[in-house]
Design a protein around this ligand. Structure first.
Ligand code: SF4
Length: 218
């Protein structure tokens, strides 16, 4: 499945995120609202369909802001499925706990931009440092991981990408995600070739690929 290459996976999207990304495609998930499903009901549903999947991607919102995340991941591990966590890297304390308890098999961490731009995303002044701590934690671990940056015009300058990649050196994979505007977002994506060229420049530091191009590479 595209969301986790090599797996037939389903996604669980958890409510809550304190970031303010200008291109967020999950605005409806940032604030808790009525209508969600209790996670133990979700796990019971997955148990019924266990033979159809071999992986679950836990995403959001920002899953590490949910105090029930460790319990949810433990329940998923009891189903004997592989678990990928999507995170923005804002909670190194939570990530450290999940890694120590082996509650996920893979982590995808969004590196939103260069450190100075994190002030636009969060009121927490140490947010860039927290993300950096999560990056270092993953690089030092044995867990499968990838770092991702969505290349949003006006927020991420392609010329800054090698600088971000240098800070990810030692990581397993860096994905440069093409921006696809949501309704109401009017910035035009960079041409695919801009992402391909940036990926070549970033590859000096760690394996890097563009993803989500208008015309995908073979
Ligand atoms: S971290 Fe994800 S969910 Fe949160 S605002 Fe950014 S894009 Fe949206």
């Amino acid at each position: 499945m595209r969301e986790w290459p090599g797996h037939v996976a389903t996604s669980l999207r958890l409510w809550g995120c304190s970031f303010r990304c200008p291109y967020c495609s999950s605005i409806d998930l940032r604030e808790p609202a009525d209508g969600g499903v209790a996670w133990n009901d979700v796990v019971a549903h997955l148990l019924l369909h266990r033979d159809m999947i071999d992986g679950v991607v836990v995403t959001g919102g920002e899953p590490t802001e949910d105090p029930d995340l460790p319990s949810l991941l433990a329940a998923l591990k009891d189903l004997d499925v592989d678990v990928r966590l999507d995170t923005n890297g804002s909670r190194p304390d939570v990530l450290a706990y999940l890694l120590a308890e082996a509650l996920c098999d893979s982590v995808a961490l969004d590196v939103k931009a260069v450190p100075a731009r994190y002030r636009e995303l969060s009121d927490e002044r140490d947010m860039a440092a927290r993300v950096s701590e999560c990056v270092d934690m993953l690089i030092a671990s044995d867990i499968e991981h990838e770092f991702r940056t969505t290349v949003v015009p006006g927020f991420v300058d392609p010329e800054e990408l090698p600088r971000i990649a240098r800070a990810l050196r030692g990581g397993r994979l860096y994905i440069l995600q093409q921006y696809h505007p949501m309704p109401g977002q009017d910035a035009a994506p960079f041409p695919d070739d801009v992402l391909r060229q940036a990926a070549r420049a970033c590859s000096r530091f760690l394996p890097t690929s563009p993803r989500g191009l208008t015309i995908e590479d073979d």
